[in-house]
Design a protein around this ligand. Structure first.
Ligand code: ATP
Length: 276
């Protein structure tokens, strides 16, 4: 594995019966980069995310996540050969977190509770120490709450801590989803259309926050997004999918000028025209 990369996807194919959602997809995500995965509707972007995060077990191919601090690389492809639910749980432990195209918060829980539930991996381990020594267990609980408030502050949601998540305005729910993903301490955060439904001011704010996460909190970002000004404004590397296949990859300028990309977008729906 190239030491500059955090993630290497090789020859990923995902079939649903006769439908080939991803066909022989290969790409890299460099350590510390903001990388975007774009393409017209139905191109296979979310399916790639679902394979990366263990929601689907890929039909073929491998996904390598670099080891932490020089440890041996972790083969997520190996983990994903385990059953579906175990897959996503193990992937979270490996250091990948995600948000969803359609917000999936616990709407009936408070904002801070959403962040505490997200940390169940840490807290589960400490249940054992709960049985063995109360002090350690309480410390783990305090750490969890502190971590939750840290990310609420970073995402400017502290004042909403005790509100029900489902009552937050839409833009704040989107920020809460990112805070929840960050709470798990990921090395790679996968954001699925984080700007969907946001107004222009909220989109500009989101772009700054994503850059802040990468610059100040050292997380690598993989982004699916239809808003091309956001993608072109913050990504160093862009991978373009069409009909399940990678048709181009490069920096924003290269992708903008790629004839294959222009053709793919001109052939797509009206609302995507001119996006590339
Ligand atoms: N669970 C599934 N079962 C059957 N087909 C699926 C499944 N998930 C995705 N597909 C199909 O795979 C293809 C790619 O879908 P996917 O959601 O990955 O595209 P996308 O690029 O994320 O699209 P969008 O931008 O509209 O969200 C589509 O034809 C879709 O219908």
């Amino acid at each position: 594995m190239d030491p500059r990369n955090l993630l290497e996807v090789r020859n990923l194919t995902m079939r649903f019966g006769g439908i080939v959602a991803n066909n022989d997809v290969s790409f890299d995500v460099a350590q510390g980069s903001i990388t975007a995965l774009i393409g017209p509707n139905g191109a296979g972007k979310t399916t790639v995310f679902n394979c990366l995060t263990g929601f689907y077990r890929a039909s073929e191919g491998t996904i390598h996540l670099a080891g932490d601090q020089g440890c041996a690389p972790l083969e997520v492809g190996g983990l994903l050969s385990k059953p579906l639910i175990g897959g996503s749980y193990l992937v979270a432990r490996a250091g990948i977190a995600r948000t969803f195209q359609n917000i999936r918060l616990f709407r009936e829980m408070s904002v801070v509770e959403n962040l505490l539930v997200a940390q169940h991996n840490h807290l589960d381990r400490n249940l054992l120490s709960g049985a063995l020594g109360l002090r350690r267990y309480r410390q783990a609980e305090r750490d969890g709450i502190e971590r939750a408030f840290h990310w609420l502050r970073v995402m400017d949601l502290e004042e909403d801590a005790n509100r029900l998540a489902g009552e937050l305005p839409y833009g704040r729910q989107r920020r809460l989803e990112i805070a929840r993903a960050m709470c798990t301490g990921p090395r790679l955060v996968c954001l699925d259309e984080p700007a969907a439904g946001l107004n222009p001011r909220e989109k500009a704010d989101l772009a700054e926050r994503i850059q802040h996460l990468r610059n100040e909190h050292r997380v690598t970002v993989l982004l699916i997004e239809h808003d091309m000004s956001l993608v072109m404004g913050i990504s160093e590397h862009i991978v373009v999918l069409d009909h399940g296949e990678v048709i181009a990859a490069g920096d924003p300028q290269e992708v903008k000028n790629s004839p294959a990309v222009i053709t793919a977008y001109l052939g797509a729906d009206d609302d995507e025209e001119g996006a590339a």
